[in-house]
Ligand binder design. Sequence first.
Ligand SMILES: Cc1cc2nc3c(=O)[nH]c(=O)nc-3n(C[C@H](O)[C@H](O)[C@H](O)COP(=O)(O)OP(=O)(O)OC[C@H]3O[C@@H](n4cnc5c(N)ncnc54)[C@H](O)[C@@H]3O)c2cc1C
Length: 353
Amino acid sequence: MRRDHDSSTVATPFNVAIVGAGIAGLACANALAERGVAVTLFDKARGPGGRMSTKRLEQADIDLGAQAFTARDPTFQKALASWIALGHASRWPNVSYQASPNGWQLHHDPQPRYTGAPKMSTLTRHLANTFQTHPRSTLHLAIRIEQLKRLRNGWQLVDTQRRWSGPYQHVVLTTPPPQTLPLVTPWDGALTEACHARPQRSCWAAWAILDGPLPLPPGGEHGWQMAHVDHPALRLVSRNQTKPGREHQPESLSLMAHLDWSDSHLEDDPQSIADALWAAFRSLFPADATLPKRIASGAHRWRYAQPSTADDQLYLYSNSGLALCGDSFTHSRVESAWRSGTYLAQALVDRSV
Ligand SMILES: Cc1cc2nc3c(=O)[nH]c(=O)nc-3n(C[C@H](O)[C@H](O)[C@H](O)COP(=O)(O)OP(=O)(O)OC[C@H]3O[C@@H](n4cnc5c(N)ncnc54)[C@H](O)[C@@H]3O)c2cc1C
């Protein structure tokens, strides 16, 4: 990164800047780097992962975004097999329930699901580490890209500290469309329109760490791992300590709110959200059941949690050298975001030959 723009730097025949080190950006970065492309990857967060992040608390690690992902696509299945072989991913959950205040029923999911092991962010950290083993691959964390500049020799990225980076032949934006808008609006009408056409939903994700094990749910079993919940506020509960490699951690829940409920409580304070989702969870047990106490709780607001509607484009590319990918161009799923980044990388390479 440089403080001033240095126009003497010559662009390599094919180099790419990627904004966003979530699963789409990491997949794109690795697929390009494997093909010998020089890639510089930026994320505003202190760690990679985006919506696959894990919150590290004193007592336990809590997955706050994606809980478990599918692997329907054969290319993604191949990548997943390599992560499983390395111990970075594992099948989970194996025991799911459908829960309501009227009782719990076993949920038969025909689709196998997987999670990062021992935490969801292990997977994205692994992808970030693999990326950095490639020559001419650079990962910049804690850098928020604020502007793009188009100069004669390529694209420049400008961050919030007014530092410039470039020139790049291509810029891949994996950020959710509302965060992509200020970057593309001055340069590309079609991409700007594409961002406007992909509004996002918000989602509150709460956590509760407990001072003991949960009682037997009505109609359920002690070993339940995940529950789809029939409640106006709460839609899904995961037990983090049932995830592979976290068995030594205390009872700890991820509590995912419904999108409509999240919208109507968007500006509430996080502790009141944590309390409301805990109360919703409590209602899934008989009133006379004794539940363990919460020793820590909180909530994270994902303002751009998922696109309002699914799409089938995978990615968008403009002749100016700007490209958009991520889950907003496909489905709001880990594997879809991975496919989006991977297939965009292939398209960029194909265009350059
Ligand atoms: C609560 C929740 C639960 C979910 N559950 C599941 C699930 O169970 N299964 C499943 O398959 N999927 C699930 N998903 C969806 C899944 O997490 C996403 O589809 C996927 O992670 C999106 O990846 P991405 O790379 O497209 O975007 P992101 O992960 O959002 O990556 C974008 C990155 O861009 C960075 N960024 C943004 N602006 C800038 C900027 N200006 N400069 C630099 N960096 C920037 C962000 O920090 C972020 O890291 C869930 C999502 C949420 C929020």
